[in-house]
Design a protein. Sequence first.
Length: 203
Amino acid sequence: MDIMGGVDQDELIRAFWSYFQTHQAALASAASADTPEYDGMLEALQEIDPGLYFEFSTQGVEREFIVTAEGKRELFPLVEHIVEKAPDVAGWRFFPLKPKLGFPRTTRWENYTLTLDGVAFETLEGPNGELGLLLLVPGLKPEDTEDAHNALLRAIDHGLGERLFAEKVRHTEVAPMPADSEEYIPLAKLEDYIAWRDRRRQT
């Protein structure tokens, strides 16, 4: 792997997984990401690259640890390499990139919660045919636009998975739903639209 600043990247990866093994029990007992245990684990992960993040779940029989690049496609190979190097840790499963989980009923960012039923989209074609989305939210207030945008990005990550979202959608904007909402595509149909668009572009 790359040598950056005289430090072997694989050495940084080994150091991270060593840190994980030492601190995983404390992480497993953390109630949320707003804890010192989460902050310490994130700091250790970002020693490899500052663009890396993680999500974790302690629900179910096995705990889950997801290494994510937050949609930065240039970091996807690194994320996969990190997870390939993960040790066997009892009670944990490791995943590269956020998996496809399906669209949730609601999504949240900070103190803003949005129900996805009624959210739709209009396509924005880039100059080279890149797909952009104008996300349309019923009753959206101007002061909630940024939080709604972040909440919807999180929802689309869940709905499509991090890889498909990053590879197929290059740009997103958010706006209030116009009165003629029946003309737009429900957000829940986004994956179907992408598949249809890909088929059409191949013919």
